[in-house]
Design a protein around this ligand. Sequence first.
Ligand code: ZN
Length: 328
Amino acid sequence: MATFKLEEHLSRLAGKYCEGMPEETKKRLLERITCNEGNKKYAINENRQGKDDDQYRIAGKGEDGQRVYELDELKEFPDINSDKFKNKVYPPDSDKHNYTISRADELLKKLTGNDSKVSQDLKALLERSDITFHVRNDWQYPNGSCAFKERSEEEKKKDGKDYQIVICLCDLTKTGDDVLAGILTHELGHALDFSQRPKDARAQYMDGSETFADISGTALAVNAGIDPRGFAKFMGNDYDTRVKNGRNTQMLYTPDGNFRRENFNIAYEAMSKAKENREQKHQKPSLKDIIDSKRGISASAETPQPQTKEKTNNNMNMYLVNQSRGGR
Ligand SMILES: [Zn+2]
């Protein structure tokens, strides 16, 4: 079997979800997964096991760190019936739990209700998965997490489900509703990633995994007609505040907040345009177009004007260049 390469896997899968996007735009978007921008850093393993401390630290100047590394927390799976887990989440019969979960349920239905590749992949994954949602009581800010595991043969036999997924969400009564779409689709993006890797490669990690989940999550949202940028706005504002106060903007295990904000903004813009183009292509020509085409005037709904398409590409390239230089 070919050796699994995380960067190639993430790029290929995200590329699949960039349906109808001009090649050049897609390339620039996918490069965000593998590039070194956004205070991207290499991790040094501190070998701290079994504690709540981080397993890695950020490599300093001149230090050689790892770009792709294994995370212990991706190997461990939370026991949702343990006191340790239950103490961290609101009880399932509480108002706080019900408020957030009912909104997540609503959203989830929309995400699986269209024929885009990313939506179809999610639908297929959910059919094979035992998935539970929980609301963390100790998160003060917008946040989410996704734990994924393949079940044992014995467990699979019980209900035929191959995977177990545990998604934790922040308490929306604290953070406001507008962060949910970005968080939920991002975490589902991680689940799509994990489910399509070989079993022994599921603990592999890189900063680009976060960018992958931002891009794939945005694809899920855009194809369902939802704007996921509320979460990006929070991350971007957090970054801006850090800069203003002279604080460190580096984040362990993820690109910085500005880069993450751009992930969402750039992907949202490009995917919205791609969706528009796809829909235009599928639209039936109007009566006027049919009459015009009989008269020998080109039917614009059937054949998009090459000039317009070119202009869109150029605009997008400019936008991406400006974004990657860190300012608008
Ligand atoms: Zn993530």
